[in-house]
Ligand binder design. Structure first.
Ligand code: RB5
Length: 144
């Protein structure tokens, strides 16, 4: 299951991504925000991260205006590897090499169709493991 969340800056793109996930038959849970009223992106990032850390969700998508605030907030949570992504190549590589468990998108930066391609590339790519697992283990060491 994918945990998904946004602030007001990512509200419209989040809705489009949810429609895309529905079209693909992919299960998700929406952690808000649920309208365009101004809100604080760390509050939403926290909910999505907690869902992943507790194993309710296995991955997450966060959308704010730029994707940057969400990624900064999410990466403060132990066990989260959140990648701010604006292109398809990085979306693919951040699964293959970083095993990113969250991608962060900018609703004011990335168009809907490109966002769908980014989401698909990340979802449809396998983690390569091997030396990349060793590097992720070293990232985990930094959390201790
Ligand atoms: C909200 O105006 C905006 O700051 C937020 O969506 C995000 O872009 C922060 O990084």
């Amino acid at each position: 299951m994918i945990a998904i969340g946004c602030d007001h800056g990512g509200f419209e793109l989040k809705n489009h991504i949810e429609r895309h996930l529905k079209d693909r038959g992919i299960d998700f849970k929406d952690f808000g925000t649920f309208d365009e009223a101004s809100c604080d992106y760390p509050d939403i990032a926290k909910k999505v991260c907690e869902s992943i850390v507790s194993s309710e969700a296995d991955k997450g998508i966060l959308v704010c205006g730029t994707g940057i605030g969400m990624s900064i907030a999410a990466n403060k949570v132990k066990g989260i590897r959140a990648a701010h992504v604006t292109d398809v190549y990085s979306a693919k590589m951040t699964k293959m090499h970083n095993n990113a468990n969250i991608i962060c998108l900018g609703g004011r930066v990335t168009g809907f169709e490109l966002a769908f391609m980014i989401v698909d590339a990340w979802l449809d790519t396998e983690f390569a493991g091997g030396r990349h697992q060793t590097r992720i283990d070293k990232i985990s060491d930094l959390e201790r």
